[in-house]
Design a protein around this ligand. Structure first.
Ligand code: ATP
Length: 397
């Protein structure tokens, strides 16, 4: 490398640069060394954070036993993550838009935005199912990517395929980019090494630490033309599931990474430029702890809400059976059309209408469109908990 001080100690955590030409310009592309970092991660200053994150994660994982409705929570949580993760990417859809889209009701945001979020849900659900038959691997990552970009804006960005052209991050052209990931001819090598690290057991690093290393390495490689952030965030959760740290995919870091985006990007950059893995890991573990605690707290509040609302419906004493049936259905579908409620619960249209009016009087549901036809009902307090943190940022942030 030019300009390297030959007397300075070599930082073996750093990779190498190669000249490559793209967009008519010569740029220096970075090739990261394989994981784990060498010299090894200094775990001592991380221990306190690590054990706090592990505790929080264990508590969250425990709700799958504690909470009878954990499948519902997971179902909604996957959707919330899809909204947040897609907002990082720039779509303005809200959870309500997604749920409306899924109930065939009109969404408030451009259809492309909502479709993108819906594709993300699809990619996640697919990945979770596929992991039952295939180990976490490059193949699985590509298959998820194919679903993520299956339609809408992403369709032109080679869904399911690792890139065949040079990309860059930050800046308006390769020449002024913040970072240029590995050139195409080096991709196979760095990706194979990453795949190997997904399965290695000789480093004896804690699974959470490894999840943090894997995320950064994936972003540094940036193997796709688009969707690297979303797939890289998903990788963290799927990895923790394969390692048995989580029994259900309940941890999603998007809100944390969105909230502290500038710091997040700075730390990614510092790993590459200085080998500053420990600083990144501090930040990552803090994120795991915060996120796991928030998710646990939300799950508990949701369980309480369901119980209290059930009691309120029962105490009313009139037409309890049909109102409870609707309440039950709304827990799985907090946004639903009156027509669908009839179809799914087997109740007649007049019975559904009366039960809805009862639930409205109790303040449990509210009509969302203000229209006479195609009415959509929402389980408002439940939606409020689910929507926490998902209000889109003003554009430009
Ligand atoms: N300086 C950087 N070095 C390495 N990776 C970076 C850097 N800045 C950002 N990134 C990563 O690149 C991701 C964005 O890549 P890409 O646009 O392909 O993904 P996306 O899923 O379409 O977008 P997003 O992550 O914004 O939702 C970021 O989420 C982050 O993980």
């Amino acid at each position: 490398m030019d300009g390297v001080d030959q007397t300075a100690p070599v930082n073996t955590r750093l990779g190498r640069y190669v000249e490559t030409s793209t967009g008519g310009e010569n740029v220096r592309a970075y090739i990261p060394p394989a994981l784990p970092p060498s010299p090894p991660i200094d775990l001592l200053p991380l221990l306190e954070r690590l054990s706090a994150a592990e505790r929080a994660l264990g508590r969250l994982d425990g709700i799958t036993v504690l909470l009878p409705s954990h499948e519902l929570f997971l179902y909604m949580y996957v959707r919330k993550e899809a909204v947040l993760s897609s907002q990082i990417e720039g779509t303005q859809s809200t959870l309500t838009d997604l749920l409306r889209f899924e109930t065939d009701a009109e969404a408030g945001q451009p259809i492309d935005d909502v479709r993108e979020v819906s594709n993300y849900v699809d990619a996640m659900m697919f990945g979770l199912e596929r992991m039952k038959e295939l180990p976490l691997s490059l193949r699985l990552v590509r298959e998820m990517h194919e679903r993520l970009l299956q339609s809408g804006r992403g369709a032109a960005m080679s869904p399911g395929e690792f890139r065949r052209s040079q990309n860059w991050i930050g800046g308006t052209r390769p020449g002024n980019a913040l970072y240029v990931p590995p050139p195409v001819h080096e991709l196979n090598g760095v990706l194979a090494a990453l795949e190997q690290f997904l399965h290695e057991e000789t480093s004896h690093l804690p699974a959470l630490i490894k999840a943090g290393l894997i995320h950064v390495q994936f972003e540094t490689i940036h193997p796709f033309l688009d969707g690297n952030g979303r797939i890289g965030r998903l990788l963290v959760t799927l990895y923790l599931c394969t390692r048995g740290v989580l029994h259900k995919p309940l941890l999603y870091l998007s809100l944390y990474l969105k909230t502290y985006r500038a710091e997040y990007y700075r730390l990614l950059q510092a790993v590459r430029e200085e080998g500053a893995w420990e600083a990144w890991l501090q930040f990552f573990l803090e994120g795991v702890e915060q996120t796991a605690n928030q998710a646990f707290d939300a799950a508990m509040r949701i369980a309480d809400l369901f119980r209290q609302d059930r009691e309120r419906v029962t105490e009313r004493g009139e037409r309890v059976g049909s109102a409870l049936r609707l309440h039950d259905f709304l827990q799985r579908n907090p946004l639903v059309t009156a027509n669908r409620l009839g179809q799914e619960t087997g109740l007649s249209a007049p019975t559904v209408n009366v039960a809805l009016a009862d639930l409205e009087k109790l303040g449990i549901v509210a009509e969302m469109t203000g229209k006479k036809r195609g009415r959509v009902f929402g389980y408002t307090a439940y939606l409020r908990i689910l929507n926490e943190g998902t209000t889109p940022l003003p554009t430009g942030l």
